[in-house]
Design a protein around this ligand. Sequence first.
Ligand code: HEC
Length: 222
Amino acid sequence: MKYFPSIAISVLLVGLGLGIAGFGTLGLQGKMSRKPPTELFPDMDRQAKLRPQEPNHFFASGVSSQLPPSGTIARGEPIQTVNGAVYRFEDSPVNTGHLAGSTNFVENNPLPMSEALLQRGHDRFDIYCAPCHGKIGDGNGITKKLAVMPTVANLHDARIVKMTDGEIFNTVTFGKSTMGAVGPLIQAEDRWAVIAYLRALQLSRLGTLEDLTAEQKAALKK
Ligand code: HEC
């Protein structure tokens, strides 16, 4: 009698298993039955939803399918940006980081370099990159100090300095291994602004005495 409870539980479990597998009330697979099937997991077989083109009295138009709101831009439509430039949404290096019609990354930032672009990049970098990469991009941001992210890339690594702007754009847009995607947070032009600023940060560490003008060198010696 000592084993009775465990034997009883086993029998119950086997019975339940067979039941789920298709015996009992469910009927064997392939067998016809007039009874409605027992649904153990109805999933989303039946749901309250509107089928396309059905009459529907909820909307003023009386149909379930609605037109896109005014101002909606089709994916293939050219986009007019704040600075007046117009480019197609897809297949434009500004949006993809690739040369148009190719999978190769663009070598250089497709946006024209300007002081305003760098300033915008500085601003966005400090908000969206500095928490992890640090204000100077050396990978010593607050997330490292708090030990939330123990290994953050140093953006001054020769490997990253040598990367094309398009590849960095790709990393920023979609993320890479432990770095999440920043693309959904900031629009493409701001990502390019960040990259322009990142290049300035990298250059600030790569500069040599030879980059200075004679006057600047003289000023240094004082
Ligand atoms: C939440 C933290 C976090 C933020 C925010 C973040 N990064 Fe990163 N980033 C990382 C980590 C961690 C790595 C290292 C990923 C790895 O290789 O494991 C990395 C790697 C990189 C790399 C090197 C990728 C490679 O190919 O090895 C680049 C370039 C980069 N980040 C740029 C940026 C820029 C620019 C921003 C701001 C727009 C940014 N990151 C924002 C955490 C972050």
